[in-house]
Ligand binder design. Sequence first.
Ligand SMILES: C[S@@+](CC[C@H](N)C(=O)[O-])C[C@H]1O[C@@H](n2cnc3c(N)ncnc32)[C@H](O)[C@@H]1O
Length: 239
Amino acid sequence: MSITNQSVIQGWSKVTDQEIDAFGDSGDFFRQHLLNPTLLDLLGDVNGKTILDAGCGTGYLSRMLARKGAKVTGVEPGESMFKFADSKEKEAPLGITYLQEDLSEFHSEEKFDSVVSNMVFMDIPRYENAMHNCIDSLKPHGSFIFSISHPCFEDVGDEWEDKKQVVVKEYLKVYEIKRHHAYSFHRPLSIYINQIIENGCEIVKMIEPKLDEVVAQENPRGQRDVHIPSFVIIHAVRK
Ligand SMILES: C[S@@+](CC[C@H](N)C(=O)[O-])C[C@H]1O[C@@H](n2cnc3c(N)ncnc32)[C@H](O)[C@@H]1O
């Protein structure tokens, strides 16, 4: 594959200050209403726990977890988002350590109680190494919790309002999708599931979050998630 981790990271490094501001400190609408509640629920009581936020972006989730008492390490290779996260920590310290690294080359001496990765693996060309390194950073029985774009219902373009259906054409193929900053990769769901099993994890829960019908009215793109999940969240445990 010609798209490298480095070229994707260069793309993500161009996220602008205006985009970071607009994203806010709890993330976008879909994070606020679907991803954050699911991830926080799966993580449980994080007070006193060590957590790796793998591919932390602006660090919004790292800060949410640190405010709940977790000792968080955030890994983010993209220059602008890493700098933003690090400057927030310097302005108002929450005890978070941010590292500017590629997850597929990340090795940690410290072993964490949990690793959370929010919407990251479908954006990494060498996702196998990244997932391996995340699992390798866990203590035995530690939790590996990650969200990705739901690969079964990934219809490119926000056409739900017109079509009221999601079209699936080449589900079994692996292919790249050009995004605003970089590329995402469509991979069948079984690729991710088998990857975590082969790396010594047991899957304990899978969630396809549904948007509340009333909440959906607050966002012009919300209706689809009342009917078809945009995300899948997996909770696995290292054996
Ligand atoms: C969709 S964003 C999600 C960011 C953050 N987790 C969130 O939910 O806001 C995808 C993230 O993956 C990061 N990423 C891309 N390639 C990576 C790699 N090789 N290692 C670690 N993170 C990577 C990007 O820099 C970007 O921050």
